[in-house]
Design a protein. Structure first.
Length: 705
């Protein structure tokens, strides 16, 4: 027995050692597959061919000022710009159209705005010539000379713009990235002095920054902004006629440079004229950092502010703006954009781990950037809060893995009570992504009640119940009559006050009566409604997306199959299959529905139970119509475009002659993986972040990088 006991202990000990070693090996192998990232590159503007988020210009502001230089394979080379401006602009030096040159600042400003209103990118650049202030109005940039020439022609044919330009005497011409160097200097003051002297003679020049072989910044004066060599040669001839002693040298088309123009396109507080830097499109990366690592605000990104540095460059002939930021600090901005401050800390932690894993899993998805800042990946607008920073710091380095390494932790705003199966979204499957109950989603449900009402003129819509009171009266059908308690109360298309999804279709004033035919909770991320949509408008939307177009006017729309969570995976229009590449595309096909967890109501389709149990379905394929008996003898045909039906339970439904469609559903987003509202609800119930994550992702572990 003793020997047996010792032997048993040895077995237990060996098993324990084996388990420890096995566990260690599993961790090591798993961690070996997890990439590390000190800094992440986020594409704020980029065009990859498949992903398009563009801006021709990026306007950057930092309260402490900025340092400007070049990103080279050897590292960052800071250039001594000598500019204390808190706001700067950047644009690729490409082809543009100089639309007008004038001494009238107001005319230049009006023309610039008119160019913007006509979908051209307008700028006003301040110049000096022979002691006079000039204002040049430019449009662009364009990738090719032909594109710029086409824009020039279109601008001259635009009646509104032509009137402002005054075509008979205009100075409209093409510009481009070809320049002459009229001299280089050791200091910016010397270059500015030379630039001023040239302007006095009538030669307009720009200040250019470059670096010599030793990496020292040089300051040059460049003449001409031409679109081809012939135009550049003409500039040389004209300049030498004015100043025969002028020496003009060719500019190296492959060398990095910054060409500075004074931009007064839009006044900035305390800085009416903005330094606008045009950079070489050839292998140049302009590097901008806030002094003392201060945040940088990007005007074209809704004035969001970002940590880290900014990089201007050319990618696929368009400007790219990349924000390079320490990886963990990037997560401050992601979690702050994807979730709300004030949510339970455990929900914020769950989001931090999911966002970190997702970003690492993307690799270098955009060739010059790891990830985008949009919902294509995960939203990043630099928004930060103390509790969100705390959540990111508390989970530093933690990621989600399964036996194959990093997972792709998809997440959405709200799963509508049950997360999606991959087959309902992409038409494929993943072991860690399955359909799971998400009861916490209803934590996002608004308790605001909206009355479904009919106005005296027959208008049907929704009014927030806070603005209605029950009069105690009923109409002839036994439906309650309510009264408005305020002036100019909006009657909405659906139960929501968001103008983007629910139009105001009428107004009622204090004392006005309406008939209530139902009520709904406010449409939101958990519970939502869209429509009614006319059949013709919906058909046009569908045909703008579908490869196989609808061959006839849309009469019927029917869900034919659903996936494991109840999401739509099959749809018929007029009895024919609506073909999509993957099921989640039905959201786009039907006009950007919040989710595919929806029902369809056709207001032009209804069934009537008649005398002796006869059943009639409308619209009928045979002749005949709907009639209403008045008394015992007289009957009249229903001809209105809209009327109402009531069942035995006094439930009222609007009915229309022409087909309309109302979509009612739950959830917001594709529904895969973690539900953000659900995580919030779980955290409120006491779940920690690990339990939340493991509730949404099957068979995963949480490990550190």
């Amino acid at each position: 027995m003793i020997a047996h006991a010792k032997f048993s202990k040895r077995i237990v000990l060996l098993v324990a050692i084996f388990l420890v070693i096995s566990s260690h090996l599993f961790q090591t192998n798993t961690l070996a597959a997890v990439p590390k990232l000190d800094n992440i590159r986020v594409a704020l503007f980029i065009d990859t061919g498949n992903y398009h988020l563009n801006s021709p210009t990026a306007t950057l502001t930092s309260d402490s000022g900025m340092t400007i230089g070049m990103r080279t394979p050897a590292g960052v080379q800071n250039w001594q710009i000598g500019d204390s401006s808190k706001t700067i602009r950047g644009t690729i030096d490409q082809f543009m159209v100089q639309v007008l040159e004038t001494t009238d600042a107001n005319k230049a400003s009006i023309l610039k705005q008119s160019l913007n209103d006509s979908s051209y990118n307008g700028y006003v650049f301040n110049k000096t010539k022979q002691g006079k202030a000039l204002f040049q109005v430019w449009a662009g940039p364009y990738e090719t000379k032909d594109a710029a020439a086409a824009a020039k022609d279109a601008i001259s044919k635009n009646a509104k713009l032509a009137a402002l330009i005054n075509i008979p005497n205009n100075t409209t011409k093409l510009t481009g990235p070809l320049h002459w160097n009229a001299g280089s200097y050791a200091s910016v003051s010397e270059a500015v002095y030379a630039q001023t002297n040239l302007a006095q003679t009538g030669i307009v020049a720009d200040l250019a920054y470059q670096a010599n072989a030793a990496g020292t910044t040089t300051y040059s004066v460049w003449v001409g902004n031409e679109s081809d060599q012939a135009a550049l040669d003409l500039v040389k001839q004209q300049s030498l006629k004015i100043l025969p002693s002028l020496v003009l040298q060719a500019v190296d088309a492959n060398a990095a440079y910054l060409l500075k123009r004074d931009d007064s396109s839009a006044a900035v507080t305390g800085q009416a004229v903005i330094p606008h830097y045009f950079f070489n499109s050839v292998n140049q990366k302009v590097w901008i950092t806030g002094v003392n690592q201060a945040k940088i605000t990007v005007k074209e990104k809704a004035n969001h502010s970002y940590r880290g540095s900014m990089e201007w460059s050319q990618f696929t002939n368009k400007m790219a703006l990349i924000n390079e930021v320490p990886f963990e600090q990037y997560l401050y901005g992601v979690v702050g954009s994807e979730m709300e401050t004030g949510w339970p800390l455990e929900a914020l932690k769950a989001q931090a781990v999911a966002a970190r894993t997702y970003a690492l899993q993307r690799g270098m998805a955009y060739k010059i950037a790891n990830i985008s800042d949009s919902t294509t990946d995960q939203v990043y607008n630099g928004t930060e809060y103390a509790d969100i920073i705390k959540a990111v710091d508390a989970t530093k380095g933690e990621v989600l893995v399964d036996k194959n390494g990093l997972i792709t932790p998809f997440y959405s705003a709200n799963a509508g009570g049950v997360s999606a199966d991959p087959s309902e979204v992409w038409g494929s499957s993943d072991a860690y992504l399955k359909s799971f109950p998400s009861p916490g989603d209803d934590s996002a449900q608004s308790k605001a009640i909206w009355r479904h009402v009919v106005l005296l003129d027959g208008t049907v819509g929704y009014v927030l119940s806070d603005y209605l009171k029950d009069t105690g009266l009923k109409n002839s059908a036994g439906l309650p009559i309510y009264e408005s308690t305020d002036q100019a109360v909006n009657v909405r298309q659906i139960a929501s006050s968001r103008d983007t999804i629910s139009l105001s279709i009428a107004k009622i004033n204090k004392g006005d009566h309406v008939v209530a035919i139902g009520q709904s909770l406010q449409s939101g991320s958990y519970n939502w409604q869209r429509g009614p949509v006319d059949a013709a408008a919906l058909a046009a939307q569908m045909n703008s997306v579908l490869v196989s177009k609808l061959s006839a006017p849309l009469q019927s729309l029917k869900v034919t199959s659903r996936g494991p969570s109840g999401r739509v995976i099959g749809l018929q229009a007029n009895g024919q299959e609506v073909k999509v590449t993957h099921p989640d595309s039905y959201r786009t096909v039907l006009g950007s529905l919040p989710s595919t967890l929806f029902e369809i109501e056709e207001t032009g389709s209804y069934t009537v139970l008649g005398a002796n149990g006869a059943v009639s379905t409308f619209p009928q394929t045979t002749s005949g119509g709907l009639y209403v008996l008045q008394g015992q003898q007289l009957k009249s045909q229903v001809t209105q475009k809209q009327w109402f039906t009531m069942n035995a339970d006094q439930q009222v439904r609007p009915v229309t002659t022409q087909p309309q469609f109302i979509f009612t559903g739950k959830g917001y987003g594709h529904g895969l993986g973690m539900s953000q509202d659900g995580a919030n609800g779980f955290a409120q119930q006491g779940y920690d972040y690990q339990k939340i994550l493991k509730s949404y992702y099957a068979g995963v572990n949480i490990v550190k990088e």
